[in-house]
Structures are given as C-alpha cells and as structure tokens.
Design a protein around this ligand. Sequence first.
Ligand SMILES: O=C(O)CCC(=O)C(=O)O
Length: 258
Amino acid sequence: MLTDSEKTDFFDRGWFIRRQQFSVSEIETMKRCFTSLENKARALWGTELSDGAFFVLGEKDGGQVIKRVVWAGGTEPELLAIGNDERLTRPAADLLGSSAMEQLLSQAHFKRPRDGVTFGWHQDIQHRDKGNDTWSDPNGRGSFVQTLIAVDDMTPDSGPLKFIAGTGSIGAIGLDSHHYQSSSEQPPDLPFDPSNAVTIDATAGDVIFFGPYAIHASFENTSSNYRRVFINGYAYPGANKRQYPGDGACRLITVNDV
Ligand SMILES: O=C(O)CCC(=O)C(=O)O
C-alpha cells in the first residue's frame, strides 16, 4: 500500500523514492541484461528495431553512443519479467486507480562515462501525447506512472535525475522540444528556475516513481562509472492510442486486489 505521504509526494511534489526495493542479486541480473544489450548494440550500424527491442544509437568521437533501448524487455526476458513485478506494478496501479494497466515503457538508459547522453528539462507527457488524439487522461490525474530503477548508484557527478518540486499536477505546460534536446543545464528561456531543482541521490536498487507532469532532467555523466537506469511505465487503460516499438510493447498488466 502507498502511504499518504507517498501519494502527496507523487501528485503534489512530483515524485517519491522507495529505497532498496531490489536486492544485490536482482541488480546483478539487470546489469547482465544491460551488458547483453550493449553487446547487441555493438553489432548494429544505427538506430533500428532488432530482436524485439528498438535501439536508439548515436555517435561521439567515432564511438557508438547508446541513447536508449526502447522496450528492452523485448529482447531480454528477465527485464520483461521485472516490468510485471508487483514492487513496480502495485504502487503504479494504486496511483492510477486501476488494477489493469498498459505497460508502455521497458526502457534501458546507459549513461556511460562522458558519453554525452543528456535528457534536458521535460515532462513525460511530451513523449506520451503526440497530438492528433494520441493520448487522453481518463483518470483525470495524468493517467501515467513512470518507475525508474537505479541499476547503479546515482551520484552528483554521474548525471543524476533532477526534479522541479511542486510540478506533479501542473498539467502539460508545453515545454518546447528543444528543452528536451538541450545539453545545457540552464537554457535561457525556461518557465521555471532550474537552480531550484532537487538532485536525486539514489543507490542501486532504489526506485523512483513520478508522473507525466513532473518537470525533470538529467545531464552528462562526468564520473568514471556507468549510471544505468531501468525504466518501466504504465498507463491507465484507454489513455494511450499509439503503438510503441518493440515485440509485445503496450501489453496489458493486471494487479490483483487493488
Ligand atoms: O536516464 C535519465 O536520467 C532520464 C530519465 C528521464 O528523463 C525519464 O525517465 O523521463
């Protein structure tokens, strides 16, 4: 069950963290899957759907950059199984107010040292609602829950997540897509003050829960360690009208007794 303060943190502040949800050996399994994804990416020439997952790849200084692997569970069954784990799905169902959910995301982020991968200031609704009736909000509270498992420790220099507190229920504010692209911590024209952002400090095994309106970002990993996260995202049934890439993406998940 969620506590009242977790609910308030999610809907008002924008996020909450459950510490040490996954054991050392479960994290080791996730790391093995991420290594397998890296090996699979190495065999690819560019962004493509391969073996059930969608690899979004780039290049820096002549080397391959893995920007993200969309529907990673499509090629790594152990990651797919985690997407149906009640440590993620039960709180998500509770927040959505529905025992049935559509799993939209099973996404691997790598952030290898100095690989240039950044996620500029954005709200996740920008990636759910692509206009033309691709998204609706049947539960009236955003209809989406994102969960992010820290696979490595998230330290101040490893490109940690940053949130703007108080944005959990502000609705879509129409941040420009260039904010999402930006690698700069402080683009000049943001409608909020990034210097007030809260930097998340997480240990491998922690899970961060946040909604579609929470404004957040993460910048370059300047440490000498990997900063991997595994993201699973769940929508209220009927909210999403797009097909996401990857074998089995947008599957229906049901949690008992919510
Ligand atoms: O890997 C990251 O830090 C980015 C996470 C993020 O922006 C998201 O899940 O929407």
